[in-house]
Design a protein around this ligand. Structure first.
Ligand code: SF4
Ligand code: SF4
Length: 114
């Protein structure tokens, strides 16, 4: 079952002003680097499909393609990280949004100190 992280180079701006791009910083496999001011996935076969980069990208430039076992139409998932939840969108091959899911973040704000 192969899932693939795709980079939309129309959206990726290379996370300017950061020592490391967000995708570089968060990937547990250290699979991203920046080349010519944009993200580059250097070893796609080593990706374990954790989706951390998809959630972390502030530009929604990363998506993950669902394998046919999950989606016959091979939809892609993109994510938008909000304060309390993540908005996952299912995208068809033409780039149209076909479904949207709001998933609450598991992390909770620390209670205020008294
Ligand atoms: S986090 Fe997103 S915008 Fe930043 S370099 Fe990676 S793909 Fe590009
Ligand atoms: S899905 Fe996970 S392992 Fe794959 S490139 Fe993104 S952060 Fe790295």
């Amino acid at each position: 079952m192969i899932m693939t992280v795709l980079i939309d180079y129309r959206l990726c701006n290379g996370c300017p002003g950061r020592l490391e791009a967000r995708c570089e910083e968060i990937c547990p496999g250290d699979l991203f680097k920046r080349e010519n001011g944009q993200a580059f996935l250097r070893e796609p076969a080593a990706c374990w499909d954790c989706c951390a980069c998809v959630k972390a990208c502030p530009r929604a430039a990363l998506s993950i393609t669902l394998p046919f076992q999950i989606s016959v139409a091979q939809h892609r998932l993109i994510a938008r990280l909000k304060k309390s939840h993540i908005v996952w969108k299912l995208i068809d091959r033409s780039g149209n949004s076909v479904a949207s899911y709001n998933i609450r973040n598991r992390s909770r704000p620390m209670p205020a100190k008294k």
